[in-house]
Design a protein around this ligand. Structure first.
Ligand code: GLU
Length: 423
């Protein structure tokens, strides 16, 4: 370790679209690709912007806006979630669709990248309003997507229930039952066993591989999880099952820290029925404090840009496993690498979700469903193989895991573009 750098840049660019372009440049530079190949990769192929009216419970009509971006379909149809969040922007959705291409490339799925977003705050919508927003958005994008064209899934603040409504809307519009249009559905509508835990499960496999490499036993290893949605919450539970000590968790309102380990069943009950802060005042911390705790494993599992040039120097974790998309900026990456922190990049660490989405889609197309053991076994095999491949390439090129992961994907996508005669 060479110590903590003292200067952070005055003005760091936090636009995710610019960030992913930087990451492409970094990896493509090492692959010595021609400029036109890099130019293709640096922009999504197609972007749709929609607005649609929704009748609210009070009788008013509200107009919602949303986007769907398809990055690159050389390897296969677009794939990626739909997020519902008040801060959704077009640049964010474009960047997320690009990360999806590279994510699918790292784990070798026959997909390109796609992503969607609706500007809304689902926490402020009634269930009926949420259903009408979900169906309205699906109706607005239906002609743009398809089971062989672009396949959505859950993302931040979207759920299996929402996927079920969207699948139903699409199927009604087309007059054909089409489970393969979307993944992350409820089991009864063709969802896959193990999909709900898949992002967290995949992340845990990568964490266990990293711990092994650093010769840290999972038993007693300390963990801080930022974000308590599907990925963060389940990752905390699965790591606790491996013997890890979950010392901190947080949601968008703030966090909890208890050095001897949190009482997880109590934390889950508070999250579901009241609020985390009711755990007890002495344990309450901020999200910013959580990121700087001295732990073995830090799991950012919420949104982009939480570890930046401004706070990366204060990180005291040994391993960062990015369950979220884009939590670490390029500036922070540099600092963390200098400090010797092992960062398992998003496109690898959270690829378990889309991997089991792929399994779900395969099961839908075949109309033949797998057991939970089959899903888990195939996921484990793919995550471990991908981790090993990224690790090996990072050693060969003396680079960080993110750059190595991008290199693997970019190589695959360029091969497909070349085989199709595009380049
Ligand atoms: N939203 C998840 C992601 O960012 C899952 C995407 C999918 O299953 O298609 O990877």
């Amino acid at each position: 370790m060479s110590g903590t750098p003292t200067t952070a840049p005055a003005q760091e660019h936090l636009n995710p679209f610019e960030i992913v372009q930087k990451q492409i440049d970094e990896a493509a530079g090492r692959l010595q690709l021609p400029q036109h190949v890099i130019d293709i990769l640096k922009k999504p192929k197609r972007v749709l912007s929609v607005s649609f009216p929704v009748k609210m419970d009070d009788g008013s009509v509200q107009v919602f806006e949303g986007y769907r971006s398809q990055h690159n379909d050389a390897i296969g149809p677009g794939k990626g979630g739909i997020r519902f969040h008040p801060d959704v922007t077009l640049d964010e959705v474009k960047a997320l669709s690009m990360w999806m291409s590279f994510k699918c490339g790292v784990v070798g799925l026959p997909y390109g990248g796609g992503k969607g977003g609706v500007i809304c705050d689902p926490r402020k919508l009634s269930k009926g309003e949420l259903e009408r927003v979900s169906r309205g958005f699906m109706e607005a994008i239906a002609d743009f997507i398809g089971p062989d064209k672009d396949i959505p899934a859950p993302d931040v603040y979207t759920t299996p229930e929402i996927m079920g409504w969207m699948m139903d809307t699409y199927s009604r519009l087309k007059g054909v039952n089409t489970p393969g249009i979307i993944t992350g559905k409820p089991l009864i509508l063709g969802g896959s066993k193990g999909r709900n835990e898949a992002t967290a499960q995949g992340c845990v496999y990568t964490v266990l591989a990293a711990l092994k490499e650093l010769e840290i036993s999972p038993v007693g290893a300390t963990v801080a999880v930022q974000g308590f949605g599907n990925a963060g919450r389940i990752a905390a539970r699965l790591l606790a099952e491996q013997g890890c000590r979950i010392v901190a968790v947080s949601d968008s309102k703030g966090g909890l820290y208890q050095a001897e380990g949190l009482d997880l069943p109590k934390v889950f009950a508070l999250k579901d029925h009241s609020k985390l802060a009711d755990y007890g005042a002495p344990y309450v911390i901020t999200n910013a404090e959580l990121l700087e705790l001295e732990v073995d494993i830090l799991i950012p599992a919420a949104l982009e840009n939480v570890i930046t040039g401004a706070n990366a120097g204060n990180v005291r974790a040994k391993i960062i496993a990015e369950a979220a998309n884009g939590p670490t900026t390029p500036e922070a990456d540099k600092i963390l690498q200098e400090m010797g922190v092992l960062v398992i990049p998003d496109i690898l660490a959270n690829a378990g979700g889309v991997t089991v989405s792929y399994f779900e889609w395969v099961q839908n197309l075949a109309q033949f469903y797998w057991t939970e053991e089959e899903v888990r076994e195939r996921l484990s095999q793919r995550m471990h193989a991908s981790y090993d491949a990224v690790r090996a390439l990072s050693r060969e090129h003396r680079t960080d895991l993110r750059t190595a992961a991008f290199m693997i994907s970019i190589k695959r996508i360029s091969e497909a573009m070349s085989a199709r005669g595009w380049i």
